[in-house]
Write a protein that binds this ligand. Structure first.
Ligand code: PEP
Ligand code: MN
Length: 481
């Protein structure tokens, strides 16, 4: 009997892993009782209630017809890179805006972010002496979880801003509009298109002089350290040039994309059953790929084991992140890993830890032990997000973060992993290539009075270019000393 293709069937027959789908000649890697929409039968947090269901159906129908934004081959390549990270052979740098706006889909904003991530990765390469895997929080980081459904603007109560994919920042545009999902698709595609174009045309070319601009660094000792690193990197570049050792790899660079997989209506519509590029063409094995980004993560507010987000994530072939923090009981971790990575593939799951500088020392060791003393030892990527546990309000309620807290959490995290015999494989940062004044401190010594100079974040405070680069130097220093 002929079977309909499995795509978007709600009820999929349970097929054992690696078995042929009867009558199709295709092999499948079907996750039991899972479909792109099986999350709909579970309880869900942060779920939008769209007022106009017909408009919602129209938007998701439009999305289903559009081509993938990323290719399975790239997703599989990132999975292999993250396997190396889990095994201590590479380092993961992930960064970008807290809330990406459609308006950031501009040449200058995209270029400055690529350049900053590249520059940071060179510093990390020099410091840790390991290959660096780069993932941007970009080309799709448009949905934000909020702690409160309403907020006060100019004395008026309005629905909270939930990110450009859901509603508008303008208080008059706070109603949920499903058509924004289609706009998000087009802005993601345009952003990634320019990332690809810029990279394949030499923006990351190491033979171009990079502007390291260290003039702002006030501390002479720090400045001397940075200058030493920069001159080493320049020498290395010149040396490679002199001996003619530059190959293709030295001219180009991989940059993968990521976002929080929050809005499942959108993610479901871009989830496609496609050939695993590693399987033989004569017997293609199919997997479900989320084609909206290479890497997606589950946020701190939506990682409940029996809820919708974990249900959706367990079925996709992309590498995944899960934010964990002070509200994660160590006992929950194995349940999450068994659900999200039953095959125990190294690098499939990245645990993104975010506690706060004052809590990390008391909470991280138990999380490490829960994983590393189990059958999941050496399979996860441990990544430090030193941003989200260190948000504070100052003055008239402006959200900020102290650079020294961010660095302190990172430094303690590095030390704790060393003591526990585990490997800190990466960092997850909120940053921008622009000269914003959102986080306090750093080598420029930004103070509370400086915050109003250029505070442009629509959500959490980001490191500016100088602060981000400084953090990279401090990590490099940890490895070299
Ligand atoms: C974020 O990464 O912007 C975020 C909301 O983080 P968390 O889920 O860790 O609070
Ligand atoms: Mn954030």
């Amino acid at each position: 009997a002929k079977r309909k293709p499995a795509m978007f069937q709600t009820k999929i027959e349970v097929v054992k892993m690696g078995e042929a789908i009867p009558g199709t000649g295709n092999y499948t890697w079907q996750i039991r009782d899972w479909a792109p929409d099986s999350w709909r039968s579970k309880p869900i947090k942060q779920c939008p209630e769209y007022p106009d269901k017909a408009a919602l159906d129209k938007a998701t129908a439009t999305l289903r017809k559009l081509p993938p934004i990323v290719h399975p081959r790239e997703i599989v390549q990132l999975r292999q890179h993250l396997r190396d990270v889990a095994q201590g052979k590479a380092f993961l740098l992930q960064g970008g805006d807290c809330a990406e706006l459609f308006d950031y889909c501009r040449q200058d904003a995209i270029e400055s972010k690529i350049k900053l991530l590249l520059q940071m990765s060179l510093v990390l390469l020099w410091g840790a002496n390991k290959r660096v895997v780069r993932i941007g929080r970009l080309a799709g980081q448009y949905a934000k979880p909020r702690s409160s459904p309403m907020e006060t603007i100019n004395g008026r109560q309005v629905p909270s801003f939930r990110g450009d994919i859901l509603n508008g920042f303008d208080p008059e545009e706070r109603e949920l509009d499903p058509d924004r999902m289609v706009k998000a698709y087009h802005h993601s595609s345009a952003t990634l298109n320019y990332v690809r174009a810029a990279i394949s045309n030499g923006i990351a070319d190491l033979n171009r002089p990079l502007n390291w601009g260290l003039g702002h660094v006030r501390d002479p000792e720090l400045k001397a350290k940075y200058e030493k690193a920069v001159s080493f990197l320049k020498d290395m570049r010149n040396f490679m040039h002199t001996i003619g050792a530059e190959n293709e790899k030295f001219h180009t660079v991989d940059l993968f994309t990521s976002h929080e997989g929050l809005l499942l209506e959108y993610e479901e519509a871009l989830t496609r059953l496609l050939d695993d590029p590693r399987s033989p063409p004569a017997h293609p094995r199919k997997e479900w790929y989320n084609t909206s980004a290479h890497f997606l993560w589950i946020g701190d507010r939506t990682r409940q084991l029996d809820h919708a987000h974990v249900e959706y994530f367990r079925g996709i072939a992309n590498p995944l992140g899960v934010k964990i923090g002070p509200t994660t009981p160590p006992g929950d971790l194995l349940g999450l890993l068994r659900t999200l990575n039953p095959a125990r593939e190294p690098g499939k799951v990245t645990l993104i830890t975010r506690y706060g500088a004052d809590k990390v020392a008391s909470l991280l060791p138990a999380h490490i032990r829960a994983v590393e003393d189990s059958e999941y030892a050496h399979t996860v990527v441990w990544q430090c997000d030193p941003m989200h546990g260190n948000t504070k309000s100052v003055g008239s309620g402006i959200k900020t973060r102290q650079f020294s807290d961010i660095f302190s959490e990172l430094q303690q995290t590095l030390r704790i992993h060393k003591e526990q015999g585990s490997y800190l494989g990466g960092v997850h940062l909120e940053l921008t290539g622009d000269a914003v004044t959102e986080c306090l401190g750093g080598s420029e010594g930004l103070g509370e009075d400086d915050l109003s100079t250029n505070y442009t974040s629509f959500c959490d405070p980001r490191l500016n270019e100088k602060q981000a680069l400084e953090l990279a130097f401090l990590i490099a220093d940890h490895y070299r000393s």
